[in-house]
Ligand binder design. Sequence first.
Ligand SMILES: O=CCCC(=O)O
Length: 454
Amino acid sequence: MTVRSVNPATEELIEEFEPHSELDVDQALANAAERFQSWRLTSFDERAKLLHAAADVLDARKDDFARRMTLEMGKPLKQAVAETEKCAWVCRHYADNGARYLEDERIETDASASYVRNLPIGPVLAIMPWNFPFWQVFRFAAPALMAGNVGLLKHASNVWRSALNIEDVFSEAGFPAGCFQTLLIGSDKVENVIRDRRVRAASLTGSGPAGSAVASIAGDEIKPTLLELGGTDAFIVMPSADLEAAVATAVDGRTQNNGQSCIAAKRFFIHAEVYDTFRDQFVDKMKALRIGDPMREETQIGPLAMKSIRDDLAVQVEISITAGAKPLIPKMELPQKGYWFAPQILENAPDTAPASRDEMFGPVASLWKVSSLAEAIGRANDSEFGLGSAIFTNEKSEVETAIRDLDAGSTFVNSKVASDPRLPFGGVKSSGYGRELARDGILSFINRKTVSIA
Ligand SMILES: O=CCCC(=O)O
């Protein structure tokens, strides 16, 4: 069935795609398996040179790629350009550090030499979401290729031009055919690809149900997976915090990418001593955000990516309000066409409401007053998710307590949670397992071969 790509700002058709046939997919898997046999023998220097070339292609064509991302999923153009630049960064990061990350690890034993050698495992399938159409893919692809693996991409069907653009980046950079291929397939075709003996592992960024499905199939086939799933990240503000910085970061953290980020701050726990001031400033700044055409330089919030995302969020907000949450921002007039959703702050949502329990994928913040750090951490941890967490404080002991007790894959102090090629990235609990980026990321799909020479 033809796949239609629609501009979420106008609901106009951008482009239509014919999905790949079973034969196309089979050919791509054969190409990947064959290419792996030569790619795994290339040197780190050769791979690094090509990754630098990919970074150069990204830099040279960033405006073109960014425009397409914005057209396909509605993020403000400025943020799409920044996303492309970050992809060039991750390519250069692994080009410059990959060999060091994968060095042999010598271990003293009774043998004359013993060590761990990090070897590639083969074709890896990446199942990626639409919210960061380039970044989510490059943070998988750069370490995978540097390690000597080859990549297959199944991207979300609303960003297929971006998916094809990514394939172009690698071929324009000079990577041999078969190193990185995009499969234009729907989710219903993923099971067969995972089960195919030529595919050796899968990496998924996406929803909990998608993660469970992929992990079950891969588990059945005894293939490793890395899962980066949702989050309802907590953002704690204590009395000693720089309040102006905390408010500005809260707004940015909640509304980046039109609020559609797994690591967006979503649940705000503010100490009673600063609660009223924080709330009033937060409301003023969220109200002042400029909503509009994501192609315009001054736009801060564009449309949500899909009708279903907008409608689901509207239902979550409605149920939360009916359950007792207080909306702090009056409803505003929005264009009829397009999947628009105005920023909102919900105060005091009860424990059972979606605003307390579920991931809200859009510019909606949930706000509560707490009387101590212990209460803030207890409530932050009362979630099935554990991706990121942030605390604003200038008390050293509070920093240490937050690092020790927040049940999350990261704790950021006096800044928002952000991914960085130099730092491991991932979650605990229902936010997934495994780590992307940094050294951890490149070791995710590796045969850590033990070598012992008598
Ligand atoms: O949506 C999750 C990833 C966001 C990021 O890496 O900045």
